[in-house]
Write a protein that binds this ligand. Structure first.
Ligand code: FAD
Length: 306
């Protein structure tokens, strides 16, 4: 353990919610990632405030994560504190056309609430394995829709543990990005607005999208979804396939044979393997098309020493 005193202090503040040297592979959908020095999953809002104010006082680096479905954590792990926004922050209130959801709620649960409540607009979201908070920060989307179409406002917490409401217009939503990405605020609650719609037709549309996903994505291996953003000219997957990268392998990381913009973990892939594949794909696509593919996945942590 790197900092036993810090671990003891935070554990005393948040009993049962803090772990030391926690393998991040347990908290990413890629099943890859070295240990976080200190890992905390707050049981509620009050506990989150205690964690962020303590981290701030201690001057330690802090990283907020949701379901880790868009994250590559390097093999050397994360120095500092990882705060997982999960079950402890997953309340909800459903109105006529609005849903207020805690940031730790799964996007699939949000979609199910919308369907049951006859609120349309969320049809694109089942199958995206993130939390509501992560989805807003990344402006997750599919099938021509995205979170920016739904979000009215977010409730965020700053490093002093204070809450603030931010209207959607201030969030600078773009293609898989927002002003919240890489910032110091943690999203704790999101207010979404949809439109009144027949629950049965919502269910049909969700089923159709999910079936298309199952047919076109390699869902039997761990991954982080699309690795690269689509450049304006072409889909990244098309470029990667045309550049002859499908099936390219480094250790147990492989450019998926099913969907070329996915890199799958065939078993024991390391972040080093994935990063090496990322560079190879970027190089080949650049040489063939003169297009530099930018990452959609977020990379955190340090390379393994030696
Ligand atoms: C099989 C598969 C399919 C996918 N399909 C899609 C798709 O169709 N469309 C799409 O857009 N994405 C897709 N993704 C990627 C991913 O699911 C989304 O980006 C998702 O929104 C990430 O949410 P998360 O909770 O997992 O965030 P994480 O991966 O944990 O974090 C992502 C970023 O958000 C930040 N963050 C997370 N939660 C918070 C919070 N509460 N407050 C502040 N910052 C926070 C993190 O610091 C990080 O920078 C897919 C992934 C997989 C594995």
């Amino acid at each position: 353990m790197r900092d036993p005193a810090a671990f003891r202090e935070l554990s005393a503040l948040l009993p049962g919610q803090v772990k030391a040297d926690e393998p991040m592979a347990l908290h990413t959908t890629w099943r890859i990632g070295g240990p976080a020095d200190i890992f905390v999953e707050p049981a509620g809002l009050e506990e989150l405030a205690r964690a962020v104010t303590w981290v701030h006082r201690r001057g330690l680096p802090v990283y907020f994560i949701g379901n880790g479905s868009n994250l590559l954590v390097r093999d050397g792990g994360i120095r500092g504190v990882v705060v997982k926004i999960g079950r402890g922050l997953s309340w909800h209130r459903v109105g006529e056309t609005t849903i207020v959801a805690g940031a730790g709620m799964g996007l699939g649960t949000l979609a199910a609430l919308a369907q049951a409540g006859g609120i349309g607009g969320f049809e694109f979201s089942p199958g995206i394995p993130g939390t509501v908070g992560g989805a807003v920060v990344m402006n997750a989307g599919a099938n021509g829709s995205c979170m920016a179409d739904l979000v009215q406002e977010v409730l965020v917490m700053n490093r002093a543990g204070e809450l603030e409401r931010l209207p959607a217009a201030s969030l600078q939503f773009g293609y898989r990005t927002s002003s919240l990405l890489g910032g110091s605020l943690v999203v704790v609650e999101v207010t979404c607005r949809g439109v009144k719609k027949d629950p049965a037709s919502i269910a049909r549309e969700m089923k159709r999208y999910l079936e298309r996903r199952r047919a076109t994505q390699p869902l039997s291996y761990p991954s982080a979804g699309s690795v690269f953003k689509n450049p304006p000219q072409h889909a990244a997957g098309w470029l990667i396939e045309r550049a002859g990268c499908k099936g390219l392998r480094e250790g147990d990381a492989q450019v998926s044979l099913v969907h070329a913009n996915f890199i799958v973990n065939l078993g024991r892939a390391t972040a080093r393997d994935v990063e090496s594949l990322i560079r190879q794909v970027q190089q080949r696509v650049y040489l063939q098309f003169g297009i530099l593919l930018n990452l959609e996945v977020q990379i955190l942590g340090e390379e393994e020493a030696g």
